[in-house]
Design a protein around this ligand. Structure first.
Ligand code: PGA
Ligand code: ZN
Length: 423
C-alpha cells in the first residue's frame, strides 16, 4: 500500500522545469518524469505551472505542492497494483474535464510512478507488468531527423521529417541503420549548406536552411541512398506537418514556404508529394478542428496505403477519437500520455484505436527527460510504432536504448514490427 508520494521540480530537455514523482510502499519505490510539448493541441489537458517567478513562470512548484497537499492524502493506503482505481480517484478529486485543478502533468507523474512502483513491487520489468503474458512486439521507430516548425528556427514550416526503418529484422538493426543515415545526412548538409547548419532542433534533428518541404524529403532520400539503403524498401518517410502552427484561422489559409494554400490546395500539395516520394504517413495535415479535411485526405490515401495520423486533432482523447472514427478522419493516431493525464486513459485510447483497425503510434514530446517509460509502454501495448526523435541526444536515445535492452531481455521471444506496422 502507498505510504508516501514525493515530487520534485527537475529540468526537461529544453531546460524548462518539469515534474518528477516518486511513489513508495513499504517494499518498493518507483519514480517517473513528466514530458512537455511545445506545439501543443488545443484540447490537451492543462499543465499546472506557477505562472509567476523564475524561468518565465514555468516552474511546477504548485504541482509539487498539489501532490503533497491533496493527492497523497487521497491515495495513501491504496494498492499500487490497482492502476485504474488510483487513476479514477485522482480524476474524481480533480473533477474537471481538462484536469485543470490538479494539473494533467501532476496527475500523469503520479499515475506513471504508481505503475513503475507496482512493477518493482512485483519484481517485473515495466513492459512485462503492463503487458502481461503473450508475445511482445518491438515497435518500428519514427525518427525525426529534420526539425522544422516550432522545434527549429530555420523557417521550415512543416514540423517533422522522419525516417522509418521498416526493412530490418530487429529493432537494433533498424536503429543502427537509422544512425548511419543520420550521420550521412549531417555530411550532406555540411557539404551543401556549410557546417554552421548542422546544429539540431528540439528533437535532435538537423535544421538546414530550407523552406520547401519537398526539399527536406529529398534530403532524407539522398541520405538513405548515400548510406547504401533503398528508399521505399529499407526506409519509408513520414511527415508531421503540425499544420495548426501555419494555419491562419481568420483567413482560412495555410502558409507554406511563403505561399498561401486553401485547404483543397494543401490537399493537392500532399497528394503530389506522396505520389513523388515514399511518404507513408502524414500527421496533422490540417488544423486541429478540421475533421472533414482529414476525412477527405484519408479517403484518398487509404487506397495508397498511406496513413493519415491525428495528433493535435485527437490529443489522446477517447471522445475526439470517437468523432474521428465516425467521420473516417484518420487511419492512425498519436498516443501521448501527457495529452490526457493518466495511464489508464492512455491505454484505453490506444486500445480503442487498435480495436477499430486504426494504427497507434506511441510518442514522446519535444520537451523530454531521460525517462524511457514510453518505450516499455509501446512494447506492452504491442501497437508496433514509436516516435522518439532523432537517434541523438540523451532524452531521445533513452527510449531507443531501452528498446534495445528490452529486445535483448526477450532474447528471440519478440518480433520487430518493421513493415508489418503499415499493413
Ligand atoms: P510537441 O510536438 O511535443 O512540441 O507538441 C510533437 C508533435 O507535434 O508530434
Ligand atoms: Zn505531432
Amino acid at each position: 500500500a502507498i505510504t508516501e508520494i514525493s515530487a520534485y521540480e527537475i529540468l526537461d530537455s529544453r531546460g524548462d522545469p518539469t515534474l518528477r514523482v516518486c511513489v513508495s510502499t513499504k517494499k518498493a519505490r518507483g519514480c517517473a518524469n513528466v514530458p512537455s510539448g511545445l506545439s501543443k493541441g488545443k484540447h490537451e489537458v492543462a499543465e499546472l505551472r506557477d505562472g509567476i517567478g523564475k524561468l518565465g513562470g514555468k516552474g511546477v512548484s504548485k504541482a509539487v505542492e498539489t501532490v503533497k497537499d491533496y493527492i497523497l492524502q487521497a491515495l495513501v493506503g491504496e494498492d499500487v497494483r490497482e492502476q485504474q482505481k488510483i487513476d479514477r480517484i485522482m480524476m474524481s478529486l480533480d473533477g474537471t474535464e481538462d484536469k485543470s485543478k490538479l494539473g494533467g502533468n501532476t496527475m500523469l507523474g503520479v499515475s506513471l510512478a504508481v505503475a513503475r512502483t507496482a512493477a518493482i513491487l512485483t519484481s517485473q520489468e515495466l513492459y512485462s507488468y503492463l503487458g502481461g503474458v503473450g508475445e511482445f512486439i518491438l515497435p518500428v521507430p519514427f525518427l525525426n531527423i529534420i526539425n522544422g516548425g516550432k522545434h527549429a528556427s530555420s523557417g521550415l514550416d512543416f514540423q517533422e521529417f522522419m525516417i522509418v526503418p521498416v526493412g530490418f529484422d530487429t529493432f537494433k538493426d533498424a536503429i543502427w541503420a537509422s544512425s548511419e543515415v543520420y550521420h550521412k545526412l549531417k555530411e550532406i548538409i555540411k557539404e551543401k549548406y556549410g557546417g554552421i547548419h548542422t546544429s539540431v532542433g528540439d528533437e535532435g534533428g538537423f535544421t538546414p536552411p530550407i523552406r520547401d518541404p519537398e526539399a527536406a524529403v529529398i534530403l532524407l532520400e539522398d541520405a538513405i541512398k548515400a548510406s547504401g539503403y533503398a528508399v521505399g524498401d529499407n526506409f519509408y518517410i513520414a511527415i508531421d506537418a503540425a499544420s495548426s502552427n501555419f494555419y491562419n484561422e481568420e483567413k482560412g489559409v495555410y502558409t507554406v514556404n511563403g505561399k498561401n494554400y486553401r485547404k483543397d490546395e494543401l490537399l493537392e500539395f500532399y497528394l503530389k508529394l506522396i505520389d513523388a516520394h515514399p511518404v507513408k504517413s502524414i500527421e496533422d495535415p490540417f488544423y486541429e478542428e478540421d475533421f472533414e479535411s482529414f476525412s477527405e485526405l484519408n479517403s484518398k490515401l487509404r487506397k495508397k496505403g498511406v496513413l493519415v495520423v491525428g495528433d493535435d486533432l485527437l490529443t489522446t482523447n477517447p471522445k475526439r477519437l470517437e468523432k474521428a472514427l465516425e467521420k473516417g478522419s484518420v487511419s492512425g493516431v498519436i498516443v501521448k500520455p501527457n495529452q490526457i493525464g493518466t495511464l489508464t486513459e492512455t491505454i484505453r485510447f490506444s486500445e480503442m484505436a487498435m480495436h477499430s483497425g486504426i494504427k497507434a503510434i506511441v510518442s514522446h514530446r519535444s520537451g523530454e527527460t531521460d525517462d524511457p517509460f514510453i518505450a516499455d509502454l509501446s512494447v506492452a501495448l504491442r501497437n508496433g510504432a514509436i516516435k522518439a526523435g532523432a537517434p541523438c541526444r540523451g532524452e531521445r536515445t533513452s527510449k531507443y536504448n531501452r528498446l534495445i535492452e528490452i529486445e535483448s531481455l526477450l532474447s528471440g521471444y519478440s518480433e520487430f514490427a518493421g513493415r508489418r506496422f503499415f499493413i
